[in-house]
Design a protein around this ligand. Structure first.
Ligand code: NAI
Length: 343
């Protein structure tokens, strides 16, 4: 069955890694019709006055699924993040970031291995972008926590856990200090857990102690449920346990079945255009996209293509066919070629 998806190459290493992923998807037999649109600096360079052109938004709204490269956001000044804008406007409230140890990529955490999924609330918290200069030298950044968003991300996390064969949810919070904001978040999680209590396990950990435990005993964690900022930080921490940003995929899910699949890493301007970037994270994100498409696919072509791509990159890594960030010697295109050869 043919599916249509929006392709947003993005900035920096974005075109290189999304290009590799598209070639691999094609070679896998997945039937995807791409509609390419720009966002980020790439959109401005292509003549748009804004970093998120209305045509890009409209395409994602129409097709409900996109594969997206990273977009550059200036620090401390300039335009607001394309990613934050996309997540807010499409109401992509749930970010899912799986991190797994893979044979062939040895880290100090490979034994006994890591298999964690970070579920991050994506629309509010400190990322609401409400900041005020009260007086020169004094700034407030508002952390917004609503019952609606806290309940829906908790519901999403429990449903995700139950449908993916996962068992234990750990909520990371700082409700000892932010008694109202994080307090509301965990109260909602506790209440939403009620219907699941015979199927799943639930625990709460204060974020700082939680980070220490994740590093000391990563194998005891299964799903981490976090508000926005904690989820952002913790997903990079978890990426570090398995080999870095080069192999951490992600998906952003919305209420109306819209979903954007993208790697956790950024546009990596230091290596952009040098054929050095590891495309694995966006390839893994493509596999997540295929599994999402499989829910509405009339045949098993999406699942089959997803399994084939996963088996192919696993075989590559096991054989030492890796990019430099993982200790190998392959460039972006050579790694994609290696995966295609194994397909
Ligand atoms: P970054 O993830 O782009 O880079 C951090 C380090 O990891 C760099 O040394 C980079 O070379 C390396 N790295 C990242 N991805 C890699 C890959 N696939 N293969 C090999 N090495 C890789 O983070 P940074 O430098 O903080 O951000 C750069 C820009 O990206 C910023 O403008 C930031 O706002 C943006 N960004 C965009 C995201 C998105 O669009 N989803 C997510 C994170 C950052």
């Amino acid at each position: 069955m043919e599916h249509t998806a929006v392709l947003i190459p993005g900035d920096g290493i974005g075109p290189e890694v999304t290009g590799a992923a598209v070639r691999i998807l094609e070679a896998s037999g997945a039937q995807i019709q791409w509609e390419e649109h720009q966002a980020g600096l790439a959109a401005v360079e292509a003549g748009s006055e804004v970093v998120l052109p209305p045509s890009t938004m409209e395409a994602v709204q129409r097709h409900r699924v996109a594969l997206k490269g990273p977009c550059t956001t200036p620090i401390g000044e300039g335009f607001t993040s394309v990613n934050v804008a996309l997540r807010k406007r499409l109401d992509l409230f749930g970010a899912v970031r799986p991190v797994r140890s893979i044979e062939g990529v040895t880290t100090r955490f490979s034994e006994p291995g890591v298999d964690i999924v970070v579920v991050r609330e994506n629309t509010e918290g400190l990322y609401s972008g409400i900041e005020n200069v009260i007086t020169p030298g004094v700034v407030t950044s508002l952390k917004v926590v609503t019952e609606k968003a806290s309940r829906r991300i908790a519901k999403f996390a429990f449903h995700y856990a139950a449908t993916r064969g996962r068992r234990r949810i750990t909520v990371l919070h700082k409700a000892n200090i932010m008694k109202q904001g994080d307090g509301l978040f965990i109260r909602c999680a506790r209440e939403e857990f009620e219907p699941w209590k015979d199927k799943l396990e639930y625990e709460e950990l204060i974020i700082d102690a939680g980070c220490m435990r994740i590093v000391q005993q990563p194998e005891r964690f299964d799903i981490l449920l976090c508000e926005n900022l904690y989820g952002d930080v913790v997903s990079d921490l978890c990426a570090g346990l398995v080999g870095g940003l080069g192999m951490t995929p992600g998906a952003n899910f919305g209420g109306d079945e819209a979903a954007i699949f993208e790697a956790v890493h950024g546009s990596a301007p230091d290596i952009a255009g040098k054929n050095l970037a590891n495309p694995l994270a966006i390839i893994m994100s493509s596999v997540m996209m295929l599994r999402h498409m499989a829910d509405t696919c009339e045949d098993d072509s999406c699942q089959t293509a997803a399994d084939r791509i996963r088996d192919a990159y696993n075989a590559c890594l096991l054989a030492g066919e890796k990019t430099r960030d993982l200790g190998g010697s392959l460039g972006t295109t050579a790694f994609a070629d290696a995966v295609i050869a194994r397909l």
